[in-house]
Design a binder for this molecule. Structure first.
Ligand SMILES: *Cc1c(COP(=O)(O)O)cnc(C)c1O
Length: 463
């Protein structure tokens, strides 16, 4: 018998692998169908290798690690945690905002049992889903009333559909923005059934443009925060205050889509362009919409606050049901809003706010620590601490440099692009950026508890 025949004969059957110590272990923790498929695949592969003369062993022990990798790949959930080392705090592709511990705990409490979601415990009868956040929204924003839906795109759609269907809405041309590739004001307007009445030029819109556009069929004035887009130079727009007095003199509501929805003054932290929800409400806007997971730092949601009469009208629209907020999101949102009641604590508890407001010395200390560990353990890469700038993301633009500290890595044995890919495809994916031939890890968006996993991932990628 030659070597090939010998190896082919020693190849175990699927059943033998299943009955082995390894097979029993896999069956205990993974679905049987994935275990079977992985065993079959690896045995088939090994048979081919034997015939090609490239395999030297075909024992169960020898195949076990290949089988295990296949089982793990198949049993792994697709949506999983990553380390955001990009420095972009509100990163839409990476899930925008991380929830605070308190909010996550509240989600778990509500998720794993029954709740009074739509049950009035005092009256012993059907209650309202939106009652749970109404008081907090009123308290925090100063508005008469408020509730939340699936996301801000839904909030805008719902408001327009409820108050302006078949009628005209005046919007400045400079505010007809597209956000994140799929939210375009003109498209949302078309879906809502409202008729867009665009006024002004891209760079300039004057009060008289609004005045000239007004007619018997005008339902509303809409102002849209330009978010991640700026027209610089020879520009002019009409302030929300002037739009409000115009709208009220003509007896039509004025709505402001704020996008990011800042509930805390972030100017001391170099985020200057975000109007505060409270200020807009106080100035008399009839409706204000904003996201739950941008600067607010909560779950994906669209928050609508404003005049009681309008909110009640919107809630009666059948579309409200189609875009309603689910109980897990509501649990997270209520807990986060509760944290806003004490602003100083909110800055520490809510990850988005913590990252945006963290002082530079603390960011530097964390970057320095990561740098020192990497330098100690890694010899074939140039590793340095550097100053750089982060981004707020989520449509909030820092006007000045948003300074941060990064660890820069220039590998010697592989290319920087290879390193970026290996990190991204690692056990715990690490998302980084490349600048001037170096890979940068921004300490602003790396939490202290992620540091050991980060270091392990980098070491593995450079091996
Ligand atoms: C982000 C944004 C939206 C969309 O909000 P989502 O919560 O992502 O649906 C709408 N309008 C403006 C001005 C925005 O910045």
């Amino acid at each position: 018998m030659n070597k090939k025949q010998e190896l082919l004969l020693s190849l175990p059957s699927v059943d033998e692998v299943l009955k082995s110590r390894h097979g029993q272990g896999w069956l205990e923790s993974c679905p049987r169908r994935y275990v079977l498929a992985a065993i079959r695949d690896v045995i088939d592969l090994r048979r081919k290798e034997i015939l090609d003369g490239t395999a030297g062993d075909a024992s169960i022990e020898d195949m076990a690690s290949d089988i295990e990798i296949k089982i793990q790949r198949a049993s792994r959930v697709s949506l999983r945690p990553v380390i955001n080392a990009t420095g972009i705090v509100i990163h839409t592709n990476l899930g925008r905002s991380a929830l605070s511990e308190g909010a996550a705990e509240n989600v778990k409490r509500i998720a794993t049992g029954y709740s009074n979601l739509e049950y009035d415990l005092d009256a012993g009868m059907r209650g309202k889903r939106y009652s749970h956040i109404k008081r907090l929204l009123r308290e925090i924003t100063g508005a008469e009333d408020g509730f939340a839906v699936n996301n801000n795109a839904a909030a805008v759609l719902l408001c327009l559909s409820s108050l302006a269907k078949g009628r005209e809405v005046i919007v400045s041309r400079g505010e007809l923005v597209e956000i994140g590739g799929s939210f375009r004001i003109p498209d949302v307007m078309a879906y809502s059934g409202a008729v867009l009445r665009e006024v002004g030029a891209t760079n300039k819109t004057h009060m008289h443009d609004y005045e000239d556009a007004f007619n018997d069929n005008t339902a509303m004035v809409l102002k849209v925060h330009q978010s991640n887009y700026r027209i610089i130079g020879f520009t002019e727009d009409v302030s929300i205050e002037r739009l409000i007095s115009f709208g009220h003199s003509r007896e039509i509501p004025v709505m402001y889509d704020l996008g990011s929805g800042c509930l805390m003054d972030l100017r001391p932290y170099n985020i200057h362009s975000e109007p505060l929800v409270q200020d807009i409400v106080r100035s008399g806007a009839d409706l204000v919409t904003f996201s739950g997971d941008k600067l607010l730092g909560g779950p994906q949601a669209g928050i609508i606050v404003g005049k009681k009469e309008l909110i009640e009208k919107i809630q009666k629209n059948p579309l409200t049901r189609a875009v309603r907020i689910d109980k897990l999101t509501l649990a997270a949102l209520e807990a986060v809003l509760m944290e806003y009641v004490d602003e100083d604590k909110a800055k520490k508890k809510i990850p988005t706010l913590r990252m945006l407001t963290e002082n530079r010395q603390d960011i530097k200390a964390r970057a320095k620590k990561i740098c020192a560990i990497l330098k100690r353990d890694i010899k074939d890469a140039a590793i340095d601490l550097r100053e750089d700038s982060s981004q707020a993301g989520g449509g909030a633009l820092p006007e000045k440099d948003f300074l941060t500290f990064v660890v820069s890595i220039r590998p010697e044995k592989i290319s920087v692009n290879d390193l970026e890919e290996r990190l991204r495809r690692g056990e715990v994916p690490i998302i980084s950026r490349i600048k001037d031939g170096c890979l940068l890890l921004d300490a602003r968006t790396i939490s202290p508890h992620e540091v050991p996993v980060l270091v392990k991932g980098i070491k593995a990628a450079l091996r």
